[in-house]
Design a protein around this ligand. Structure first.
Ligand code: PMP
Length: 425
């Protein structure tokens, strides 16, 4: 079957033909058949250099042999039994060792579940229902995460969310003074921040800015959550918090923490995490925070994670991915300059973003950075795909430990061809 036929079938069977709204694409998505390293192939045999990398989950590259072997071995022993098992403890020990904020870790079945649980813990610990979040930062798709997820809009970016929930969520720019003013509201007990800045750094958050937000939250005595679902194991083995020495109370992880399988984690201060310890509840000392979930910490995922942890802990994977993203950003900026296109490739760590029409983001709001004209973004993404380069979302992409200089240079040829076509359109 080809991409067009599969799209017709999928559209009839799935709303919009997809399982995730960002996979929707006109005239149709490409249907991927298999992937290896930093490349993937669609059902028609076309090859793509991948800068989506499983929505940032495949930090070590697609089908890393150590992870594939761990999954195969575990699948023969037990796919899932819903019991405690040894790898769960090993996995949590790795997280507790690598993350400065982590004294305990609890596994979830997705990143969305991780932020949902972290907010529940924040509310339970503080005894306050109201939450402060930053304009445009992304924390998954549950009811408490969508007000303020679209920069510049303080409405929830979905229908079906009760006003009573939205009323509990306060949205603020990443300006420490603005945050300080809003935290005067004594009903707020929890602050959540995407550690990279909005959308994995599309709207950057400088280290001194993040530190100032941390200090304001500390002074206000609220529970501070860093969402490191993208930055975790990517910006450093211990995420942004270890790289920059800025430590929150709670951290949410997903994508890389699982070795690239479905799942997530919340880690943090023992006294907050232990609100989930139901021994306490049984002794009648305090009501526990409830957390269930059939597939949490599943042995298959834990096996993949335990295979990935030693490879992620050395920092070598991150260094390779970072070097490749730097090569990509530098090459993109050179191409923009050579073609006389006004624009900027930017980003931190193993992530690159592109902004058209300016060579600096200074003075732009989050909403402005995120509001390039849709036809321009589509022309860019379609052009890159046409030249065998797949991006993550908007104008952004990510590298992995499997990207090589040759692949980056080939992708840069695609970038040059895409821009050239856009100029002449
Ligand atoms: N937080 C951030 C920063 C994310 O990037 C994502 C996913 N892109 C999530 C939360 C939600 O994770 P998941 O898709 O696993 O539910």
């Amino acid at each position: 079957m080809n991409n067009t036929d599969l799209s017709t079938r999928s559209r009839a069977a799935l709303p919009g033909g997809v399982s995730h709204e960002l996979r929707y694409r006109t005239p149709h998505p490409v249907f991927i058949d298999h992937a290896k390293g930093a490349e993937k192939w669609d059902v028609e045999g076309r090859r793509y250099i991948d800068f989506k990398m499983g929505s940032a989950s495949q930090m070590l590259g697609h089908c890393h042999p150590a992870i594939v072997e761990a999954i195969q071995k575990q699948a023969e022993r037990s796919v899932f039994s819903a019991d405690c098992h040894a790898a769960e403890a090993t996995w949590a020990e790795w997280v507790n060792h690598l993350y400065p904020s982590a004294e305990r870790t609890r596994f979830t079945a997705s990143g969305t579940e991780a932020t949902m649980l972290a907010l529940r813990l924040g509310r339970a610990w503080s005894g306050k229902d109201h939450v402060l979040r930053i304009d445009g930062h992304f924390h998954g798709w549950h009811d408490h995460a969508l007000k303020g997820a679209m920069p510049g809009s303080d409405r929830a970016s979905s229908l079906g969310i009760p006003d009573a929930v939205n009323d509990l969520i306060h949205v603020c720019s990443p300006d420490p003074q603005a945050m300080e003013a809003i935290l005067q509201d004594a009903r707020i007990g929890t602050v959540i921040v995407e550690a990279s800045g909005a959308n994995y750094g599309c709207v950057p958050l400088a280290t001194e800015n993040l530190r100032a937000l941390h200090d304001v939250a500390r002074a206000a005595g609220v529970v501070l959550i860093f969402d490191e679902i993208i930055t975790g194991f990517r910006w450093s083995p211990g995420g942004r918090q270890a790289r920059d020495g800025i430590v929150p109370d709670l951290t949410t992880l997903a994508k890389t923490v699982t070795g690239g399988l479905p799942g997530g984690a919340v880690c943090g201060r023992a006294e907050i995490m232990d609100l989930m310890n139901n021994e306490t509840q049984r002794e009648g000392l305090a009501p526990a925070v409830s957390h269930k979930g059939t597939f949490n910490g599943s042995p298959l995922v834990a096996a993949a994670a335990c295979a990935a942890m030693p490879l992620l802990a050395t920092g070598e994977a991150q260094a390779q991915a970072d070097a490749m993203a730097t090569r990509m950003r530098d090459g993109m900026n050179k191409t923009l300059h050579d073609l006389g296109v006004v624009g900027l490739a930017y980003g931190e760590s193993s992530i690159f973003h592109l902004y058209f029409g300016r060579t600096s983001l200074d003075g732009l709001s989050a909403a402005q950075i995120r509001s390039l004209p849709k036809p321009q973004v589509k022309a860019y993404r379609d052009g890159m795909l046409e030249h065998g380069v797949d991006l993550m979302a908007y104008t952004s992409g990510l590298t992995s430990a499997a990207h090589t200089p040759d692949l980056i240079d080939e992708a840069l040829d695609g970038f040059c061809a895409t821009l050239t076509a856009m100029i002449h359109d």
